[in-house]
Design a protein around this ligand. Sequence first.
Ligand SMILES: Nc1ncnc2c1ncn2[C@@H]1O[C@H](COP(=O)(O)OP(=O)(O)OP(=O)(O)O)[C@@H](O)[C@H]1O
Ligand SMILES: [Mg+2]
Length: 225
Amino acid sequence: MNGGADVSVERVCRTFAMPGGVPVTVLRDLSLQVAAGETLAVTGPSGSGKTTLLQVIGALDRPDSGEVRVNGRELGALDDRGRAAFRNREVGFVFQAHHLLPQLTAFENVLVPAWAGRVTPELEVRARELLGRVGLSDRLGHFPGQLSGGERQRVALARALLLSPGLLLADEPTGALDHANARALVELLLELNRESGTTLIVVTHAEACAARMARRVALADGRVE
Ligand SMILES: Nc1ncnc2c1ncn2[C@@H]1O[C@H](COP(=O)(O)OP(=O)(O)OP(=O)(O)O)[C@@H](O)[C@H]1O
Ligand SMILES: [Mg+2]
């Protein structure tokens, strides 16, 4: 049991300035609390700010105002190095676009988070095991270009889980999957949550996925409804 991270988002605002255009306010005084070990589905229409919210929670983006705390630590107070270490060790991301490195095999892609430290034999065993759990044992040597969209998404999940993060941020993780694989992936997420207490925040349009999370929130007008 690694234990999950708790997340506190307090009155976060995020506006994107558009050169020569009207600025777009995406998050407007948004507050959200997620307890350690909780599973949360985030829904809302396209453009409502779901990805922006995940990026702010995962220290990929900085809010214009407001605070984000993960395990009590304010992300705004971290310098670039601290933010990079936080992203590498404490958060697993499954992006809407998978962001696999095209020149690396599935197995090598899963090991990328280990590069910040050392690729140990234990981590190689874990990478193999994770690829097995997402049903890709027979695809270890495939390059992303040789994988289907759903297979790439599953590699991305295995990569996100390599270092057993306390917080998993998943952006439409079942978007490219058929029914059976989507269900298997959601069950795997929940299994990890039960085994390790990993806090799960999952953006999804899929009702079947949202319904499996303990709680759900919808974004509208830059806030949690
Ligand atoms: N870097 C940026 N610069 C300008 N506008 C941006 C930027 N990033 C996001 N936006 C705008 O912010 C809004 C919210 O984007 P976001 O990606 O968070 O939406 P979303 O809820 O994830 O949508 P989807 O369901 O389509 O993925 C969109 O209207 C988008 O155009
Ligand atoms: Mg999005």
